[in-house]
Design a protein around this ligand. Structure first.
Ligand code: 6GU
Length: 295
């Protein structure tokens, strides 16, 4: 199992963290390969304009379809196997960048574009980060972690000409995705968020598989608090139950802490969780306390 990520952006340096730390380790292990591509490499002319004023008027700029189209066509065809032939995949990918950066590769003839004749599942996944997208969830991270090739198209300004997204469906499975109800300047940070949450779910990246079965959201609940040594710190004690050595008691306590925290911070999540009678009693206590405070 390995995953190829390609990112098209006008700020390639913004994606450098993709090669660091946790994700960098996955690259060295051959589990992940990453290509970052400068959209301007597909922009013709001396000015290399990537945006223009919006039809219909209004503020801001819209990213041009005749720049995005050829860029996404070319990046779609980057073979997953290609990136695995090098012993040092991430260095290999740096050279891909440079190769793709050659001006002559930006010239584009529609007839030359190889279109995938295979069924839908053979198409790479195109993720377009946008505050107008469907909300990104842990379940989507889980789904994306099974992909072979994901391409991210980072928009800036007022977005990308919609025809780019509509046309890309010929070559890709397309998802417009939002990472939350707030507005970023561009999609780059959203790509880092999505990539990190996806890559850590690929077996072998985190080492300990059990550690993501117990994540917040994996059972629909938030994780409760955790503690380590020393047992007493600045007058604050670790809860006794955690030192009891009684595994069943510890598990029950952790479940209760998750329920309490979720009821307090994210009551909306509880609607989708299977709750035992005991679970419901714990939640009732939290709700009871909250009502008393409000009186
Ligand atoms: Cl995915 N992109 C941008 N530009 N802003 C966002 C977002 C994405 N998600 C929330 N805000």
């Amino acid at each position: 199992m390995s995953l190829r990520l390609d990112v098209v952006t006008i700020f390639p340096e913004y994606l450098e963290p993709l090669r660091h730390a946790l994700l960098g380790k996955a690259i060295e292990q051959g589990i992940l390969s990453v290509g970052v591509h400068n959209l301007r490499d597909w922009a013709p002319g001396v000015h290399q304009a990537v945006d223009d004023s919006p039809y219909g008027g209004g503020p801001g700029m819209v990213m041009k379809p005749d720049v995005w189209g050829p860029a996404l066509d070319e990046v779609a065809t980057l073979k997953v196997e290609q990136s695995l032939t090098s012993a040092v995949p991430h260095l290999d990918n740096v050279r891909h960048d440079q190769k793709l950066g050659l001006a002559e590769e930006s010239s584009y003839a529609a007839a030359e574009v190889p279109s995938l004749s295979e069924e839908d599942s053979a198409k790479p996944l195109l993720i377009v980060p946008t505050p107008a997208g469907e909300p990104f969830t842990q379940q989507m991270a889980q789904e994306f972690s099974h992909e072979e090739h994901i391409v991210f198209a980072c928009g800036r300004y007022e977005g990308i000409d919609q025809r780019v997204i509509d046309d890309a469906a010929n070559r890709y499975r397309v998802r417009e995705v939002s990472i939350g109800d707030y507005v970023l300047i561009g999609g780059e940070v959203a790509v880092l968020v999505i990539a990190e949450s996806v890559v850590r779910l690929i077996p072998g990246v985190l080492g300990n598989r059990k550690s993501h079965e117990e994540d917040s959201f994996s059972d629909g609940l938030l994780e409760g608090p955790s503690y380590t040594k020393p047992r007493e710190w600045r007058g604050l004690e670790v809860p006794d139950v955690l030192l009891s050595g009684n595994h069943a008691l510890v598990e029950r306590w952790r479940r209760d802490q998750s329920l309490i925290r979720t009821a307090e911070r994210r009551p909306d999540l509880l609607a989708d969780v299977d709750l035992s009678v005991r679970d419901q009693e714990i939640i009732q206590e939290v709700i009871g306390e909250a009502t008393e405070e409000n009186c």
